[in-house]
Design a protein around this ligand. Sequence first.
Ligand code: RIB
Length: 310
Amino acid sequence: MSNSAVQIVVVGSYNRDLALRVDQFPAPGETRLSLGRIESPGGKGSNQAIQAARCGATTAMIAAVGQDPAGVEALSLWSGLQIDTSAVVRLSDVATGMAMILVDHQAENMIVVDSGANAHLSEHHILAAKPLIAQARLILAQLETPMAATKAAFDQARRAGVTTLLNAAPANAALDQQLLALTDILCVNQTEGTALSGQTSPEAIGASLLEMGPAAVILTLGVDGAMLFQRDQPPLCAHPPTVKAVDTTGAGDAFIGAFAAQWLLNQDPSAALHFALAAGALACTRQGAAASFGDRQEIERLPASWSARP
Ligand code: RIB
C-alpha cells in the first residue's frame, strides 16, 4: 500500500524473531532446555515503525525482505497497520532476516541476528524512494541495515530539510562519522553511548556525543529512565512507570517509535520522553518485540508514576 502524506519514514530491518525462554542463559558449551518459544515479527526498523504507527503517526518502511513466507508475512503485517510499503523491496535468492533470542527469568535477553535481505538494502533503493523521503517530517534509522543506505537516506533528508533520528543500535556496528554529521537526533542506550563516546557516566556520554554533531542526544537508561541532552540547555531526565517486566525484547524500539510519533505532535521533548518511557515499559509487560507494543490509548492509560526534573 502507499500513502501520499507520510510523516515518519523508517529505513531499517525486518527480522522474523524466534525467542526461547530459559531459566538462565547457557554458558559456552552448555545445553539448556527451553521453557517455551514464541515466534513473532521483529527487527529494530520494523519494530520502531510499528510502534510509531500504533501511536497514530503515518509511517512508511524502506526495507528489504526475501521472496519467502517471512517476507510475505512482513508485508501483510505492515499493510494491516496502514504502514506504507511502496519502498519495500522483495529480493530473490536471499532469505528474510531472522533473529534468535534467549529471554531469561529476569526478562533480560540475548539476541543474534542473521541479516539476510536486510544486508542488501542499497543506496539504489534509497534513491528510488527519494520523493517519499523528501515529503516526510522525520527519517528514522538504526544500524541493522547497511550504513551506505542510511547515509544516502539521511543525505536526501538533510537536503529536503527533513529531521533525521538515528538509533545507533546494535552497539557493535561501527558508526560512520559522516552519518553522525547528518544526524539531528541521536538515540543510544548506555552500552551504545559508551561504545561511541568512550565515556561511562550519563552526563559525560551526553556531552561527548553532542560534540560529535547531533543537535539532541537521547540516552536510555533501562529502569532508570532516559535523559535528553541539547546544546546550551540543562539535560532533561525522566523515569518510567513501574511495571512487572516479563520480556524486555523490543522495549527500546517501542521507546523510539513512540518518541518519534509524540515529538511530531508538538515538538515538546519532555512530553515525548515521558510518553516514550511509558511505551517502553508497557512493551516489557508482554512477550515478544512488536507483539508486545501497545497503542496510544493503552500507553496513555499507564499509571503516571514517573517524575521529571530539570
Ligand atoms: O530490538 C529488538 C530487535 O532486535 C528484535 O526484534 C530482533 O529482531 C533484533 O533486531
